[in-house]
Design a binder for this molecule. Structure first.
Ligand SMILES: [Zn+2]
Length: 96
């Protein structure tokens, strides 16, 4: 039995294998998508789903986690990226 590391989505709070989630981290006052999930700084996981990013925006999850003010435009940018393909790179056939 292989152990698959799971992380909780900050939007819908569902658990999923971390590879299927998007890892976000703070860098230089901005929020970036940690595609390789190996940046050594505090990160947050969210489903590859614009709905979950919108839910985080509503809850201001990133502001709380990164202890800085995250403007709404930053969430909007993430949602845009999501629509432009960042969310569609589903790995391992996971869907849900
Ligand atoms: Zn989610």
């Amino acid at each position: 039995m292989t152990h698959i590391p799971e992380r909780m989505c900050a939007g819908c709070r569902k658990k999923a294998p971390k590879q299927s989630l998007l890892r976000l981290t703070a860098a230089g006052g901005s929020i970036i998508i940690d595609e390789k999930q190996n940046i050594q700084s505090r990160g947050i996981y969210v489903c590859r789903d614009e709905k979950c990013i919108a839910a985080m925006k509503k809850k201001k999850s990133l502001s709380r986690l990164f202890r800085q003010n995250i403007p709404d435009e930053l969430y909007e940018k993430l949602i845009e990226k999501c629509k432009n393909g960042a969310c569609s790179t589903q790995r391992g056939g996971f869907s849900g």
